[in-house]
Design a protein around this ligand. Sequence first.
Ligand code: NDP
Length: 600
Amino acid sequence: MAIPTKEDLGFDPDALREKYRIERDKRLRTDANEQYQEIKEEYAAFLDDPYIAHPTSRSPLTDEVEIAIIGGGFGGLIAGARLRELGFEDIRIIEKGGDFGGTWYWNRYPGAACDTEAYIYLPLLEELDYVPSQKYAHAPEILSHSQNIAKKYNLYENACLETEVTALNWDEPASRWIIQTNRDDKFKARFVIMSNGPLHRPKLPGIEGINSFRGHMFHTSRWDYGYTGGDSNGRLNGLKNKRVAIIGTGATAVQCTPHVGESAKQLYVFQRTPSSIDVRANRKTDPHWASQLKPGWQKERMENFNILCSGGVVEEDLVKDGWTEIIRNLISMANYRGENTNWDEVPKLMEIADFQKMEQIRNRAAELVNDSKTAESLKPYYRQFCKRPCFHDSYLQTFNRPSVELVDTNGKGVERITNNGVLAGGKEYEVDCIIFATGFEVGTSYVRRSGYDVTGRHGMTLSEKWADGMRTLHGVMTNGFPNLFIISNSQAGFTTNFPHAMDETSRHIGYMLKQCEKERLSSIEASKEAEDEWVDEIIAVSRFASDFQESCTPGYYNNEGKPNPKSVQNGPYGKGSRPYFRITAAWREEGNMSGILKSP
Ligand code: NDP
């Protein structure tokens, strides 16, 4: 396929590339990921759980369980469910929230919903005989589904909710893990599964004055309905007479802004970088379609989505949404499945497909927003996957309300918080309430994010072991840390539909635990050789493209503009999730747990 000219395209790719560069440069900062304020000490109140009326009290635990799972989000729930199916009974899930659900426990802000289709995103639908009510489920339905999984698989039994792990130490003579928590627990577990979650530690902008503000403040992941009134559907009556600031315009702000805009007397939305906002087109589930679903339908749909999102070809796109469309367009433009593919041209054609998509997104802002200056501010100038694409049908229109003002900080962000409000562009905006939609820690150390370190054999800590990068076998086990399993994307399979990968990893862990039972093993551990081989493979097939990352506007995808060379080693398996799932399945097929040291 020939490269289209600017006349064919109706825009000048060189001019756009230059505009993207200018916009990125405006936002680059030397402090990169260090710019944020960690939530601790004087800011610790931002982490308080607003969803628990009265913390439950209980006596510290000093007992022993067979399997401890850290994290009661989707990873922990799926692992718990799959292990129950395999007949494991003695399971304890430890979760810092007051209930199961993980991100869906914490993120209850008005409008919260998942952008991945509910029929593939909600785990274990067939097992629970449940079909979500809409194509894109809202947070309360996802939270309630999480609780239903926990009920169905009896995971409330023996669970420690409202409990944070503070230390995990391997007791060599006893061949057990000792788990300590902020509830003074000190109990033992034979096996531990860590499913800490990737985006769960809220962060604040590292600006001065936050605690000098005399009004009300909270982070979106701790929504204060006591102050705002209303519920996840909006109708925030408590804001009727309030002037409100929302700081941040990422996926969270995009979903809550329309509700705050509808309810508040005055809303200022402080923007550093606009998100790309495509069409949502949510719809209710057709009961006829739901009644016709054949057994195995969810797995088939998940795989269909994953094949498409990995650049594969399927006869029919079952999910047919914004995600699959993005990938389909990129592939069809680059024609890299065609017979006459010119491989040198593929990256250029992909870039053009991206420009076209983003032109469409920018035109959408111009069409939907009445004030042309505001519309211009809302146009994102970067490649679509530099930031997380968003989908919403009323965010942009919210700026047509006379009571809503977009404060475009021209890439600089808010400067400080004053006693009375927010300072940006040298102007103070007086408000009664500040809502921080400033996201979650990414790229900080594993220990800081998980809240505990792990001490394995010979007193070696995980933070020491991983100081120069992660080292694992298949992303799941690590040498020196027996009977410890990890559920994460790093050095494992990555897919846009996270629960799909979590399910594969849970089955993989289940297989290993079952083998321990069959072979009467007291402990298993990745061998150093197998781990080294896997890490070499991860590095060799990494798709971490530092050029692309560097050309991107700063954000958590590119370590705030300073791409981290460790991402090559700490990233997912570069050939994609499908080959990764095949590798782990073949490894299980082999049946001898190759690369695992076994202790009787
Ligand atoms: P993000 O990290 O995506 O967004 C944080 C926002 O805060 C950005 O707009 C950022 O600007 C802004 N910000 C940071 N510092 C300042 C400052 N000093 N002044 C002004 N603005 C500032 O967090 P989110 O909570 O929005 O989303 C996190 C992730 O959670 C998403 O990427 C997605 O993976 C997931 N999510 C998914 C949802 C869904 O499925 N619909 C909904 C919500 C979240 P800048 O861009 O310039 O850095």
